[in-house]
Design a protein around this ligand. Structure first.
Ligand SMILES: C[S@@+](CC[C@H](N)C(=O)[O-])C[C@H]1O[C@@H](n2cnc3c(N)ncnc32)[C@H](O)[C@@H]1O
Length: 286
């Protein structure tokens, strides 16, 4: 299990299907299906709790506010800065557990000693985009949701990276990669953080179990002659580390070599000995 050290974010407590989190000065209570244990106190009574995302019986849910909140605020991880706010699907616009991957990508890019071009697929609000730009890479950021791509642009700007080499693409990831192959474009690194289910820019259906392997196979074709890394992340309800490892072994390593490893990502909590599992990642390092 890999877990990053944050100062602007922490999990205060967890249990009963929820996690109590501090995002800067704002305290939120959000559902977490992995937190199947009993919480050690009534988290809804936590002093300073600002908002809770309540699940509805029929699926989905809504935010319930206990205090007046700024419409959005920012949190920092090291020298990276991100805007967050209560959004649909219990989201805040950032996945803090991904910081371990941001650290690893930054050190690989900085250590490469050459210009690195990164293709970031399902790139959402740009956590990985900001990290890779900070390390000096150029980034092609692809996501089907215009609003998320706009937020990524904001995160790039507030992280002091305006003017850096980034392309924002609002498109279906598979269609975009197919187009890049036809154009003969190459990238030194590929990152993908696909949802278990999603929609492309024109309603194309994305289903992890059936689409991931073909997409990874396609992406191998856009790797440059001297690739640096290939990283896949998947949420808790998604794929086990060994599944990600096998996909990378078969679709990437057999053709390009490299070392494949896979690991769980999680979040340390303020409760002794409790780490919240948040998903799994796998990486080929060439
Ligand atoms: C929850 S996010 C990934 C998290 C993000 N990489 C991070 O760690 O910050 C999943 C993203 O995939 C996008 N998406 C879903 N299906 C897609 C598709 N077929 N093509 C492009 N983007 C898609 C969604 O718009 C969403 O932003």
């Amino acid at each position: 299990m890999k877990s990053a050290k944050w100062t602007d974010y922490s999990v205060i407590a967890s249990g009963d299907g929820y996690k109590l989190e501090r995002w800067g000065k704002i305290i939120l209570l959000r559902p977490d299906p992995q937190a199947i244990w009993k919480s050690s106190f009534d988290m809804e009574k936590y002093p300073g709790l600002c908002a809770k995302y309540e699940r509805s019986e029929t699926g989905g849910g809504r935010w319930k506010f206990f205090k007046e909140l700024p419409s959005e605020w920012s949190v920092s991880y090291k020298d990276l800065k991100f805007k967050v706010k209560p959004m649909g699907f219990k989201h805040t616009g950032l996945f803090p557990e991904q910081a371990v991957n941001w650290d690893m990508m930054r050190s690989l890019i900085s250590g490469a000693g050459r210009e690195i071009s990164v293709l970031n697929l399902f790139a959402y609000t740009g956590g990985a985009t900001v990290a890779c730009l900070k390390a000096g890479a150029s980034v092609c950021h692809v996501d089907a949701a215009k609003a998320m791509v706009e937020r990524a642009g904001e995160n790039v700007r507030i992280s002091g990276l305006a003017g850096k080499n980034v392309r924002y693409i609002i498109d279906d990831c598979k269609k975009f990669v197919e187009r890049e192959i036809r154009r003969g474009r190459k990238y030194d690194a590929v990152i993908m953080d696909p949802p278990s289910y999603g929609r492309g820019a024109n309603g194309e259906v994305w289903k992890l179990e059936t689409e991931l392997f073909p997409l990874v196979t396609l992406c191998e074709k856009v790797l440059s002659d001297k690739p640096l890394f290939f990283l896949i992340n998947s949420y808790t309800t998604g794929l086990q580390p060994q599944v990600i490892k096998n996909v990378l072994e078969i679709a990437v390593k057999r053709k390009r070599g490299g070392d494949v490893f896979a690991y769980e990502v999680g979040l340390d909590t303020e409760e002794s000995g409790v780490i919240l599992p948040c998903g799994n990642s796998g990486t080929v390092i060439f």
